[in-house]
Each structure stands twice: as structure tokens, then as C-alpha cells.
Design a protein around this ligand. Structure first.
Ligand code: PLP
Length: 480
């Protein structure tokens, strides 16, 4: 299996070769040269598999340059009831992603039982083990550099802590994260984890990461890598739980299921798209945004118009103004036309937009008409919608959901069809977003017992000015 770039000008590579990298050399994103497709008989055999067995069945079709036994061992070590142990009442941690049924045909898939209580642990934990494995083989070393305003940084740190060959340098803004989110990262005492707290805002953190990564000489001399949301292994690992949920929500494989997905960088819903391309009977993939509705605008109108400004909302992990994985979907939508993708993104990258209604499709009509063939629909949610949904779900079903999941459920219900099970992806636990829960319900969310005194734990962090050279010096002093 080769991987090729959505822009068609980068060399084709194997899974292990794109694992540690970011963008392809032509600025595109790597995708499989063709999606493997499960036959009906294979899908029948997958019903009843455990999470680990499913993960192997799916990922072994996408990864063919890691020996099967090694891949299986990495998967078995990752998806355990001990790692995904923060289950709610009545949930079984051995399910890894338990399906909670609100009412017949309406479910929430618990994806946030991992160490940081957000769904990013689903892929990041596997990534940590894959990185360590590949670096071991090549005797390589990696300094992971990133910027976070919340969930990504902590998921990366919990996945990479103690891993051989890996050091993490995670920039976070001094203000802007919740105390819980700060404590989650800064309480880690592992020698290979470095929290750089920047006297500034998130955008400054991100600018520093870009400046360091653009210094190609520094980047290669100091083995700088990233774990951002375009990482192919993350997207691939996320496609597994669509299979798990599908089998849990249906009795037989002639049924279809719709998924609603709280979306930001389009990573989670892109994983659903891949599961669908691999033959999983998914009816609709419902893209839910918050007030930052660049994706909703696209799926309603065909116009993709990244915004210069990002709004700060009460579902902050979806606060993005351009969706970095979206290019993977548009590549497939265009009939895998790399020249078309290059021209669309050259407009976007010079600050503009594109309108797929103005682009003709290979078999007639325009490209936007084809969106329906891929099952994608969308909607947006506001602060008031979010609060209402948290309240209603608590009152009607006795279930507490976090603000991101609330956005997903609100939009999902707008697209619900009789007779088609709807699964809403739960992307974080309410305990992570206490302020929003207090506002909606007037009570405190329950936290896993072992995190009860998280904010009181000693913290390891380095506060520094928003200065590229200071960050570089820190990496030189503490990196590989
Ligand atoms: C990252 C995140 C999202 C958005 O997921 P994408 O894959 O970027 O679309 C939604 N909710 C939560 C809680 C997140 O952490």
C-alpha cells in the first residue's frame, strides 16, 4: 500500500515513512492510493469482534510495512481497559468505546474514557506506541514540538510520556485554558515532557511553532516533529470506532447508521468518511460545528471560505477557522484530481475561497452535487443551543454531556431519520468543562476519583516570553 499526496507532486511513500512527518513536500496531505474495501463476508466476520480485534482488522489493511504480529502487539498494548478506564456508571471499560443508548435508535458513543477525558486519546495513545516502535527500529530520536489551547497538548503528552527516543515541547498560552486543562498537562513530572508556558495568547504559541518548523536547518538538526491533526495515523486509528459503533448499534449488516460528529479540524469526521469508503454501511456523516461555521457553510453552499478570525466559544476545542483535514475529503470528492486540489488550495492559501458549484464534475453536474454521494450533511450550534441541549439531555435521559457533544447532538437530531440509528460522537467528558456545565445545569460535573485533586498537584512548567529564540534555546538545552 502506497500513500500519495492530495496535491500529486510529492513522492509516494509507505505508512511508516509518513508516520513521523506532517505535510507532504508539495504541501498536500497523504492518503492511501486506494481505499481497501471490506466484502460483505468480511464485514459479517467483524461483527462481534472486540475493539482490539477490530482495530487490527481495519488497520492491517492500511498498514502493510509493519509486520502483522508487531502491529497486533502495538494495538493490544494500546486499547486496554486500563488505558480507557474513566468509564461512566454502567459502562464497561473493556468495550473501550461503550455505546450509551439514550432511547431506541439514539446513541452516544463514549470516546473520552482515556487519560485526558477527550476523544483525542483514541488515536494519540496508539500514535505514542507507533512512534516508539518506529524510532526503536531506526535508532531515531524525535523532539515533538506543538502548540495547544486545550485537548491536543494533553493527549499528546499522555501518549508520549516515558517513551524511548521522544521528547515533547508543548507550548501553551499563560491564560485561556481551564485550570483543569492546565493542571492536566503541568502536573506531568516525566523527564521527557516539557511544558513551555508562553506569556501571550494561543496564536503566538502557534506562530512560534511555525517559525521553528520553517527553519529547515534547525528542524533537521534537532529532529523536530509534530503530532498535529493532519497526521494520517491519527485519522486511520479513529476510523476503527466507527466500525465498533456500527456493530453495537445494529443487529445485522443490511442496516445503515448515521453518525453526528462535533467537528473542528475535520479529523474525526474524515475518519468516518474513510470507514464509509472501506465499505461500512454509513448513511449520513453529520458535520456539526459551533459558531465557527466554516464547514457548515461549505456543506450548505459549496463555498469554502476560511476565516481570518476565530471566535472564542463555550465549545473551545472546535474553535477553528480553517479545517486542516478537509483537503483529504475534497481530493476524494473531486475524483482524486490532484491538479484541481492544487488550484483550489492555491486560492485558499492566498487568503481567498473556492466555490465547488463552479467546478464541473467528471460525470456531469458540478462537484458540490457530489457531496450527497458521500453522505455528508451539516449544521451549526450556538451557545444557547449548547446550553439547551445539555439541559434537555440531562432532564430527559439523565445523562450529562459536555458542550462539544451537545453541539453534535443538536445538529444530529436535525438530520435524524426514522428507522436509521443515530450515533453521536462524545468527544469529551463534562468534567473537563465545569464552567459550561455549571451554567447549563447549576451543578458540578462528577470527575473520575483519581483526578479529584488534580489542580493541587505540583506542576512542572517553564514560563517564558513569546520569543522564538528562547524556545529554540530551550530545545537545544533539553532536546535530543
Ligand atoms: C479536537 C476536538 C474536536 C474536533 O475534532 P476534529 O477532529 O478536529 O474535527 C471536538 N471536540 C473535542 C472535545 C475535541 O477535543
Amino acid at each position: 500500500m502506497n500513500y500519495l499526496s492530495t496535491r500529486g507532486l510529492a513522492p509516494q511513500l509507505r505508512f511508516s515513512e509518513i508516520l513521523l512527518g506532517g505535510l507532504a513536500s508539495d504541501g498536500g496531505l497523504y492518503v492511501p492510493e486506494a481505499y481497501p474495501r471490506f466484502t460483505a463476508a468480511e464485514l459479517d466476520a467483524m461483527r462481534g469482534m472486540s475493539y482490539r480485534e477490530l482495530a487490527f482488522a481495519v488497520l492491517s489493511r492500511l498498514v502493510d510495512d509493519i509486520p502483522a504480529d508487531d502491529l497486533r502487539a502495538l494495538i493490544d498494548k494500546t486499547y486496554t481497559a486500563d488505558v480507557y478506564r474513566h468509564v461512566g456508571p454502567g459502562e464497561n471499560a473493556a468495550d473501550i468505546t461503550p455505546l450509551k443508548t439514550l432511547e431506541p435508535g439514539l446513541h452516544v458513543l463514549a470516546l473520552s474514557n482515556g487519560p485526558t477525558l477527550a476523544f483525542k486519546d483514541m488515536a494519540m495513545q496508539l500514535l505514542g506506541n507507533l512512534f516508539e516502535y518506529v524510532l526503536d527500529k531506526t535508532h531515531g530520536e524525535l523532539n515533538i514540538l506543538g502548540a495547544t489551547s486545550g485537548d491536543t497538548g494533553s493527549a499528546a503528552e499522555y501518549a508520549m510520556r516515558g517513551k524511548r527516543g521522544i521528547r515533547v515541547f508543548m507550548l501553551s498560552p499563560e491564560h485561556g485554558m481551564t485550570r483543569f486543562q492546565q493542571a492536566q498537562m503541568y502536573a506531568l513530572q516525566d523527564a521527557n515532557i516539557h511544558n513551555l508556558v508562553i506569556r501571550g495568547v494561543f496564536d503566538q504559541c502557534q506562530d512560534i511553532v511555525k517559525a521553528v518548523s520553517n527553519d529547515l536547518d534547525f528542524k533537521s538538526r534537532h529532529h523536530i516533529g509534530a503530532v498535529n491533526s493532519i497526521n494520517w495515523a491519527r485519522v486511520a486509528a479513529q476510523s476503527v470506532y466507527y466500525f465498533k459503533a456500527y456493530f453495537a448499534a445494529t443487529q445485522s449488516n443490511d442496516q445503515q447508521v448515521s453518525f453526528s460528529v462535533p467537528s473542528g479540524n475535520f479529523g474525526n469526521v474524515c475518519a468516518g468518511h474513510i470507514a464509509r469508503q472501506m465499505g461500512l454501511p454509513i448513511r449520513k456523516l453529520i458535520v456539526a460545528t459551533n459558531e465557527n461555521d466554516v464547514l457548515d457553510e461549505f456543506f450548505r453552499t459549496g463555498v469554502y471560505r476560511p476565516r481570518p478570525e476565530t471566535k472564542h466559544t463555550s465549545s473551545p476545542s472546535m474553535d477553528i477557522s480553517k479545517a486542516s483535514n478537509f483537503e483529504r475529503f475534497v481530493f476524494d470528492l473531486s475524483g482524486r484530481d490532484a491538479a484541481r486540489v492544487r488550484s483550489l488550495w492555491s486560492a485558499v492559501e492566498s487568503g481567498g475561497s473556492f466555490d465547488l458549484k463552479a467546478h464541473s464534475a467528471p460525470n456531469g453536474g458540478n462537484l458540490f452535487d457530489r457531496v450527497a454521494d458521500f453522505g455528508m450533511v451539516s449544521g451549526a450550534s450556538s451557545h444557547a443551543n449548547r446550553m439547551d441541549t445539555i439541559r434537555t439531555v440531562y432532564e430527559v435521559y439523565g445523562t450529562m454531556i459536555d458542550p462539544h457533544t451537545a453541539d453534535g447532538l443538536k445538529v444530529g437530531l436535525e438530520h435524524r431519520e426514522p428507522g436509521v440509528p443515530l450515533v453521536c460522537m462524545e468527544t469529551a467528558q463534562p468534567a473537563k468543562f465545569e464552567d459550561a456545565i455549571r451554567e447549563a445545569l447549576g451543578i458540578e460535573p462528577v470527575r473520575p476519583a483519581e483526578l479529584a485533586d488534580l489542580e493541587a498537584k505540583p506542576q512542572k512548567k517553564h514560563v517564558m516570553d513569546a520569543d522564538v529564540n528562547a524556545v529554540k534555546q530551550f530545545i537545544v538545552a533539553h532536546g535530543h
